[in-house]
Design a protein around this ligand. Structure first.
Ligand code: ATP
Ligand code: MG
Length: 257
């Protein structure tokens, strides 16, 4: 019997014009796994996410998302996506609720009112990220971390099976990052989500993810964080010797003491 993976890439290569930016990528993600993709700027992380969602077509290899072609999985609403540039115009006068509601409106065929079911999904999504009380605050007045939560709620309102997050923790302080990562684990458990997240902080994500994929055009490591020697990995993927330090809520410097 063959096991159905949530995501399976076999020998996938992707290019823009003549530039090959991903080469011979083999990667599997299991259902309810949290996987982080790490790698330097320009190493192909965002391209990999777009390829998985069927937004960019590989020139070689195959991809299956729950056994389907990526585009079909996308049309079926399998993905909730938070892009790298999700900077909403902060002065655009909408409430947090409306930002989440937009993903439900996108589901409607014609301009129509939100149904009772839509409202309930929006409210549940906001509750899942702990933002119910701020639902009627203007989005622009929220802090960076609160905005990120609302944008995650927007992705959740599509009721996806896979949450794809491109650098969601950028700009969050280390304490907010920790609670954000805790939220992702909670979402995985409560909403049965599979989560793929791009991150630059290999030390921080190693604590929370099931598996790491380190890429720089090719996959240099794919496995449990405990099997990865981060200093060696950084030297290999980034081409520099950098010592990886895990800062956390117990670190006085991080807490500003
Ligand atoms: N639409 C595009 N057209 C042409 N080249 C592109 C396009 N998008 C990305 N690239 C190139 O592909 C390579 C990989 O880009 P990608 O955005 O996937 O990297 P990344 O790992 O996400 O980087 P970062 O950490 O800076 O977000 C880069 O060299 C980039 O310039
Ligand atoms: Mg990117």
């Amino acid at each position: 019997m063959t096991i159905m993976h949530a995501i399976e890439l076999n020998n996938v290569s992707v290019r823009y014009e003549f530039d090959v930016v991903l080469e011979d990528i083999n990667l599997t993600v299991e259902e309810r796994e949290i996987v982080s993709i790490v790698g330097p700027n320009g190493s192909g992380k965002s391209t990999l996410l777009k390829t998985i969602m069927g937004l960019k077509e590989p020139f070689a290899g195959t991809i299956a998302v729950f056994g389907m072609e990526p585009e079909k999985a996308r049309r079926k609403g399998s993905f909730g996506y938070l892009s790298q540039q999700s900077n909403y115009d902060s002065v655009f006068p909408v409430h947090a609720f409306d930002v989440v509601a937009m993903s439900r409106y996108a589901q409607c065929r014609i301009v129509e009112k939100l149904s009772r079911k839509d409202r309930s999904i929006i409210e549940t999504s906001l509750a899942r990220v702990g933002m119910s009380e701020l639902a009627h605050r203007s989005f622009g007045s929220l802090s960076g971390g609160q905005k990120q939560r609302v944008l995650i709620a927007r992705a959740l309102a599509l009721e996806p099976k896979i949450l794809i997050l491109d650098e969601p923790a950028t700009g969050l302080d280390v304490v907010s990052q920790d609670s954000f990562y805790e939220l992702l684990r909670q979402l995985r458990d409560e909403a049965n989500l599979t989560i793929i997240m791009v991150s630059h902080d290999i030390g921080a994500v190693s604590e929370i993810v099931d598996r790491l994929a380190c890429i720089n055009r090719k996959i240099h490591f794919h496995g449990k964080p405990s099997e990865c020697a981060p200093d060696e990995m950084i030297a290999k993927v980034f081409g520099r010797n950098i010592h990886v330090v895990r800062h956390d809520t117990n670190c006085p410097t991080c807490r500003g003491e």
